[in-house]
Design a protein around this ligand. Structure first.
Ligand code: TXA
Ligand code: MG
Length: 331
């Protein structure tokens, strides 16, 4: 399936396909989503099939505005309205108690639903043309790197999708921050461009951080698993100081090495490919997945990732890199 330019006619056609129960991949500000009519269980099942994702992993429903919250959720706390008012449209997903009409296929069998209003003109035009909620996980195969360009969706899903809308490269580049507001206290389930501090500043309260899979079992969020967003090539994180020695050692053992580096002082002659990464966190995040994808396509023995700073702005990046380089096997 070749991506098509997301002009007005293409978006109208995509909305029609969604109404007919087909799958449409579309750009958001974070990553590309694999969309289906969120009120159509049959269409939702196609998402799980296309991704190879277990049916009990819930999907985020994309909506066109705060007013639509009531179509999907009940007992909506003030905190949800505050966060939505402040951050939507934007890279923030809210987990709320679901309305009875929300199919259990969307929520992975749970009584809660993930909702988000994306900040991308194509996604918003599609939502408007379609007129309902669009359930959309990232448009990659289960446990692979999320797509940030239309061509990545084509690589990942091939003909398993009925239409790919091309809206260029995603601005943010990592998946949305997820906040669970379905219980008594707000919980941070996934780090993203909007940071823990950003959320706490708006809510005027501390978030509970749910960072391990053990704490998360009943929520079944695949974004929490140790191995997720992973390249197939063995990948390691290496502190800047240790890079020269590590490269020497691997080169000595005839390893084909790729490097993701932001400090630019590396011995390039020992590398098959070095990608120079931006020094600012937002710009780094924007190109992170496409860079990993490029290195992953080069038949390397190893991908070395220079350890980024640990400041707040780099939290989501460090979280994704940890998952991309983890050696824990998760079934
Ligand atoms: O940025 C994003 O959120 C992108 C774009 C396409 O919007 N979507 C995305 O979807 O990353 P996905 O399915 O790859 O990740 C959604 C995460 C998963 O970890 C899922 O388990 C969690 O949200 N999630 C969805 N509904 C949930 C619920 N009711 N309870 C707990 N976690 C939920
Ligand atoms: Mg995903």
């Amino acid at each position: 399936m070749k991506p098509i330019l997301a002009n007005k006619a293409a978006i109208e056609h995509a909305a029609l396909l969604l109404r007919q129960g087909h799958l449409v991949a579309f750009p958001t500000e974070t990553v590309y989503g694999l969309g289906a009519d969120a009120s159509n269980p049959e269409a939702i099942r196609k998402i799980f099939q296309a991704k190879g994702r277990p049916a009990n992993h819930p999907l985020i429903v994309h909506i066109s505005g705060i007013d639509s919250l009531n179509d999907w959720a009940i007992n909506i706390p003030d905190a949800a309205k505050k966060l939505a008012t402040h951050f939507w449209p934007g890279p923030l997903a809210l987990i709320l108690n679901k309305k009875t009409n929300v199919p259990l296929e969307v929520t992975g069998g749970q009584e809660t639903v993930g909702l988000r209003m994306p900040d991308h003109h194509v996604a918003l035009s599609l939502l408007k043309a379609f007129g309902g909620g669009i359930a959309a996980p990232s448009a990659n195969r289960f446990c692979r790197i999320s797509p940030t360009q239309a061509a990545h969706v084509e690589e990942e899903l091939g003909d398993a999708v009925d239409l790919i809308l091309d809206g260029g490269s995603c601005q943010v580049g990592v998946e949305s921050t997820i906040i669970d507001l379905s219980g008594k206290q707000p919980k941070l389930l996934r780090l993203g461009h909007i940071t823990q501090k950003d959320i706490e500043a708006v809510l005027q309260t501390e978030l509970i951080i749910v960072s391990s899979q053990a704490e998360q079992t009943e929520l079944r969020a695949p974004g929490m698993m140790a191995v997720h967003y992973a390249p197939t090539t063995c990948s390691i994180i290496c502190p800047t100081d240790h890079l020269p020695a590590k490269i020497d050692e691997l080169f000595f053992h005839n390893k084909k090495i790729g490097l993701l580096s932001h400090s630019k002082k590396q011995p390039e002659n020992k590398l098959i490919r070095m990608i120079s990464m931006p020094l600012q966190a937002p710009a780094y995040a924007q190109v992170l997945y496409s860079s990993l994808r490029e290195l992953d396509s080069l038949n390397l023995d190893i991908i070395i990732i220079e350890k980024p700073p640990t400041l707040e702005a780099w939290q989501a990046i460090n979280d994704r890199l940890k998952k991309a380089t983890s050696t824990d096997l998760v079934m």
